[in-house]
Design a protein around this ligand. Structure first.
Ligand SMILES: [Zn+2]
Length: 354
């Protein structure tokens, strides 16, 4: 295992080290790069990658692995999506971020109201000076990402098991890991979104996938093994590890169609406490009970939220207390990408030589 490290200094003189590892297999094969920890509240990828690197270094595989577990140490130490480098950091005092204050930001740069270029995953291959996060992406791109055949970018959503992909989606690759849903993104992203790692890797001729799994603002140890298994499955499919890939659940694909998705939205009609009866990606029939909202003072049921149509359960909110008009969840209409129990297709032998 070879370790590469560089010290970065922010505009106020604070320092951090960014580290990536190169692990060479014992026979020829593709180069697989895995990045985690771009967003500071998504800790499961950063947590599991050092263990995964040790496992692979002790084992037997083809090709070369490049792993950066903690791409954005400043943001990870804050447990916040990005590092607000130029803001008055004393404003946060002893006030910590949490899953329940997910959209809050003391500098008015919350997730819902600012497309900030502090966000590391918007800075890949972007022209200009974008602070310490931009210098980290430039270094990682040049030293680690360039020359890769496949790039995986590990993120975390509020609930396990999401995978996004936009332009150049490789459906064979997408079915390999075992994440239950491939959620397609806009194949023609705006300038801000175009700076994400998987899109830039795609433009540079690599295959790429963005993983969204595991909770945010939390440790999520229960997902360490699941996450490592996603990575082993990909390594089997791209001929770095031996073995078949068989999932015990269906894998769905949700086409990029925001207008169609909106037809499946379900909203709160009352102020109250919400409790869900389905998990994200569960298949539901029209009329199935999705959630109940109960009155906070009396405990009485105020609303039963039901599936408006057949589909799978989309994202679930992280809040507990609802207000009238609040988005609760939605039911997108998916297509089946891979049936449970059916072996996932693998790339052909020596595919990386072509
Ligand atoms: Zn993220």
């Amino acid at each position: 295992m070879e370790k590469y490290q560089k010290k970065f200094t922010d505009c106020k003189g604070n320092e951090c080290n960014v580290t990536w590892l190169r692990i060479k297999g014992n026979r020829p094969g593709p180069v697989l790069s895995i990045v985690a920890g771009q967003h500071g509240m998504e800790h499961v990828g950063p947590g599991l990658l050092p263990e995964f690197a040790e496992e692979m270094a002790a084992g037997d595989f083809a090709g070369e692995l490049r792993i950066c577990a903690n791409a954005n140490p400043f943001a990870l130490l804050m447990d916040y999506e990005f590092y607000p480098e130029k803001e008055d950091l004393s404003k946060i005092k002893d006030y910590y971020y949490s899953i329940f204050r997910h959209n809050y930001c003391p500098w008015g740069l919350g997730r819902d109201n600012a497309q900030t270029l502090y966000n590391m995953n918007r800075l890949w291959q972007r022209e200009g000076d974008h602070g310490v996060a931009g210098r980290i992406t430039a270094w990682l791109w040049q030293e680690m990402i360039e020359g890769s055949h496949i790039v995986l970018d590990l993120h975390g959503h509020q609930h396990p098991a999401l995978i996004y992909s936009g332009a150049g989606t490789d459906f064979v690759l997408s079915a390999m890991p075992g994440i239950p849903k491939l959620e397609m993104e806009n194949p023609d992203p705006d300038n801000w979104s175009a700076g994400d790692l998987t899109h830039q890797a795609y433009l540079a001729g690599m295959k790429s996938l963005c993983f969204e799994f595991s909770v945010q603002h939390a440790r999520g140890e229960f997902e360490f093994e699941e996450g490592k298994n996603y990575l082993r499955n990909i390594m089997k499919g791209i001929r770095m590890l031996e073995g078949e890939i068989i999932h015990d659940h269906d894998v769905w694909k949700v086409p990029f169609d925001p207008a169609e998705d909106r037809k499946g939205f379900v909203y709160a009609e009352h102020t109250g406490r919400i409790r869900f009866f389905k998990k994200q990606n569960d298949e539901v029939q029209k009329g199935d009970l999705l959630f109940v909202i109960r009155d906070v003072e009396t405990g009485e049921v105020l609303q039963e939220g039901r599936a408006p149509r057949w589909g799978i359960v989309g994202t679930l909110p992280h809040i507990v207390i609802t207000k009238p008009g609040m988005f609760c969840t939605y039911v997108p209409i998916p297509e089946l990408l891979l049936k449970a129990g059916t072996p996932a297709a693998k790339y052909e032998e020596n595919w990386w030589l072509k």
